[in-house]
Structures are given as C-alpha cells and as structure tokens.
Design a protein around this ligand. Structure first.
Ligand code: EPU
Length: 415
C-alpha cells in the first residue's frame, strides 16, 4: 500500500454537537462532519425530537432550533448508538422531563454499558430518576448547580454533565473528569454560544449556569483515532510509504512513544504523519489508559500489529470488559494469541495470518479485522460492517485508493 489518506472529522467530537443543539436557541452549523452511520443516527434523533436538520453539502449540516415538547427519545435510535445518552441531559434541562430506554452501541462493558454515573449526576443536580423495566424516566423542575465527583473517569459522562450544567441554576464543579481533546472542543463551542465553562481538558471543570445559549458554527476536529488507526495499519502492512494527512499528531503522543519502542519508521509533521517501511517491528506490552494515555480505541489495531512483531507482548485493556474478545478471530486467522483473562492477551509474533469469514463485533474490532485481512494471505470476508461504518467513512474506497484490495459487497447489520 502506498499514497496519502486524509483523516475525516472526529466521530466522538461530532456526535456531541447534536445534543447541544437541543439547548441552543439559534442556528448551529456543523462543518467537517464525517459521513458515518452514527452521525446519521444523531441527525435522525434531532429530527425525531422536532428540530430541522438541513444537509447543506457533504460534511456540512445546519440545525435549526424549534421549540418543542417531545420528551421521548426514540427507542429504535437509542438502541443503535451509545452516544444517544448525550441527549438525555439537554432534554431534561430544557423540557424538565425525559423518557428513554437503555442505550445501545458497541457491546463493550459487562452486559450493556452502564449509565449509572450519568444518572447519579442528574440526581445530584436535583432530578428525580425512575428506573423502569429496561428504561428510565427523569424529571426536574429546574436543575441546580452542585459538586459532582466521578468515581471512574468517563468521557461522555463528563461531556453530558458539563453541557447540562450550562443551563442549570448556579455553579457546578465536576471532579475527576476525562481530559480528551474532544471535551475541550465541546467546552470551547459551548462558551462561544454563551456558556461559562472553565477547566475543560483538566480533571476539574467549573460551569456557571446561564439562562440561554445561542447559535454558532462548529468545525469538527480531525479524528485522532482514525489517524492512529491508519498509522497502525500502515505499520502492520509494512509495505510502502503512507502519508496520513489532515490530522493532529500531537494528540497521539502515547502512540508515538510505543512506535519508538517497537521500531516503526515514522515522521511527524504538524498536520500529517508519514509511515515508512520499517526494518523490523519488535513486540512491546501496551496498557490502555484514559487520555493522554494509550487510547482503548487504538487497542485493537495495536493488537493486530503485535501479531506481526518479533517477540512476545502483553496487551492489557483496562477500560472495557469485552474489547479483547475479538482476538479469538485473530487466532482463527492464525495469530499466536492467548487470552490470559478478559482484560489481557499474550501475543507471540510474527505469525502468518490467513483469510477467513468473520463478523465485526464492534467498530474498533471491525477495523482491526480489516487490517488483519489486509496482511493475511487469501481472501477474508467480514460481515456486520454496519459496525465499521458507524465510525469510518467510506473505508473501502479510501483504502482501495491506497492499493488495498477491498470491496463492499453489501450493507451488513446484525443485532
Ligand atoms: N462507565 C460506567 N458507568 C457510566 C459510564 C461509564 O461504569 O455511567 C464505565 C464504562 O463501562 C467503561 C468506563 O466507564 O468501562 C469508561 O467509559 P466512558 O464513559 O469513558 O466511555 P464512553 O464515554 O461511553 C467514549 C467514547 C468511546 C471511547 C471511550 C473511552 C463516545 C461517543 N464514545 O465512550 O468510543 O472508547 O469514551 O475513551 O465518545 C468508539 O469510538 O469506538 C468508542 C467506544
């Protein structure tokens, strides 16, 4: 594979602007929006809640605020993507009531992914929370500022309570917050439309509630996970020179420190990454960690890379309970990989991989299987590609342009 691949807008930054639109009494224009399934679901969610969403051109959308009374989050959409939980706080803040089923998305935690920290936060802000059979009803006359400590670092929990507190009465202090760059971007945007938020990007965020938020323009930052995934893909294929453009390499320092240890030949520009052929890739242990540590969303492509590295490595997934289960499929492809426990796998490389028929269990495991398929001998067929298209725009076309032999056969969706 050879050539240049451009990074698209960040899924996990883009998705958070749609719930903000529920609270903003003005037009919001979003640009550099990735054309991915989760974004389409977020647009559908806003429409279902009565907003006007207008596609102005590819990657650009305008959201027109409409006053509304809808308090039910549509079950079919909520079940399809986890970020739907982000709509709960804004509806509660503006309508005083919200009813929703347990959110879906990648099945990564024990059973369904918990939302206890969201619910506890809303309760502390004065909401009544009724837990019904697999659904929730939240009510609040007026949300009030309070002190909230997150017992575990949570990205969407931090974002959700930060945006909801923007319209609460008084000051909210959030402690032990996630520090992802997407959270800084969200706070900057909220401030640009009238919110008063300080400290985003640190462990303590202070929000002073305001009466109303206006409209504005949000440019989605480049997707650091996509950039990192392509860098790992290029290192794993180790065939030609691949340039990854339109990205922010400074957001991936934990990956570069691993690359230095394992011997990947790479060069960083301000907004680009170049991966050159490496003499040899060496095995190295990796442990996922909240930002700025090694991202859980890059664990699966790193695990594929380790199947091609010289020596033994231990990959330790600390954020999610089920994110290593896909390694079973790498073993089917020929990788020497042993699961020590659900959070740890031991990999002995390099191993020759062979094409197989597989199904994508979730977004990040799905892209890892694509990478494994690219380096495997023979043909691999991957099903359930809806999961991959939730987060990677037209991946088949973009990888084909680099020389990959990849074809989309049909739209796959399995529950
Ligand atoms: N957790 C709870 N209770 C909660 C919330 C989270 O126990 O109320 C647990 C989770 O089960 C997990 C841990 O806390 O074990 C951390 O989860 P977090 O809340 O940080 O994850 P998230 O906010 O749901 C976001 C991204 C994920 C990314 C993680 C970690 C979005 C929409 N999703 O998820 O992205 O892996 O942060 O960085 O921003 C992906 O893009 O593939 C993806 C899964």
């Amino acid at each position: 594979m050879n050539g240049t691949i451009e990074v698209k807008g960040a899924k996990n930054a883009a998705l958070k602007i749609f719930p903000v639109a529920l609270m903003a009494q003005g037009k919001i224009k979003v640009i550099n929006l990735p054309e991915i399934e989760d974004v389409y679901r977020a647009e559908e969610m806003l429409e279902a809640l009565g907003h006007e969403v207008k596609r102005t051109k590819e990657g650009e959308t305008e959201i027109q605020y409409k006053s509304r009374k809808c308090i039910n989050l549509p079950a079919d959409l909520v079940k399809k993507f986890r970020a739907s939980v982000m709509f709960v706080g804004p509806l509660l803040a503006t309508c005083g009531e919200v009813y929703f089923p347990h959110p879906g998305g990648c099945v990564l935690g024990a059973g369904t992914r918990p939302i206890d920290m969201f619910l506890d936060g809303f309760k502390k802000m004065g909401a009544e929370v009724e837990v019904l059979e697999n659904s929730y009803r939240l009510t609040a006359k007026k949300l009030k500022g309070t002190n909230i400590f997150f017992p575990r670092i949570t990205v969407t929990g931090t974002e959700s309570l930060m945006m909801t507190a923007a319209l609460a009465e008084g000051r909210t202090i959030l402690k032990n917050c996630a520090m992802e760059p997407e959270i800084i971007a969200l706070a900057d945007f909220l401030n640009s439309i009238g919110a008063k938020i300080q400290g985003a990007g640190t462990a303590t965020i202070i929000i002073d509630g305001v009466e109303k938020l206006g409209g504005g323009e949000y440019k989605v930052m480049p997707d650091r996970i996509e950039a990192g995934t392509f860098a790992l893909m290029a290192a794993a294929s180790n065939s030609g020179e691949i340039t990854i453009s339109n990205c922010l390499p400074e957001q991936l320092e934990s990956l570069w420190s691993l690359f230095d240890k394992i011997g990947v030949n790479y060069k960083l520009g301000e907004t680009s990454i170049q991966i050159l052929p490496s003499k040899k890739i060496f095995a190295c242990d990796a442990t996922t960690h909240e930002y700025p540590g090694f991202a859980t969303d890059l664990q699966s492509p790193y695990t594929v890379l380790m199947t091609q590295a010289e020596g033994i490595s231990l990959v330790h997934e600390t954020i999610y309970d089920r994110r290593l289960l896909f390694t079973d499929m790498l073993a089917q492809m020929g990788a020497n990989i042993i699961m020590a426990d659900p959070h740890r796998v031991v990999i002995k490389g390099p191993a020759k991989l062979y094409g197989r028929t597989l199904a994508s269990p979730d977004l990040r495991a799905g892209i890892a299987l694509v990478i494994a398929a690219l380096i495997a001998e023979g043909k691999t067929e991957i099903g359930n590609i809806y999961q991959i298209e939730r987060g990677y725009e037209r991946i088949n076309e973009r990888l084909s342009a680099l020389g990959a032999d990849i074809k989309k056969v049909n739209d796959g969706y399995e529950d």
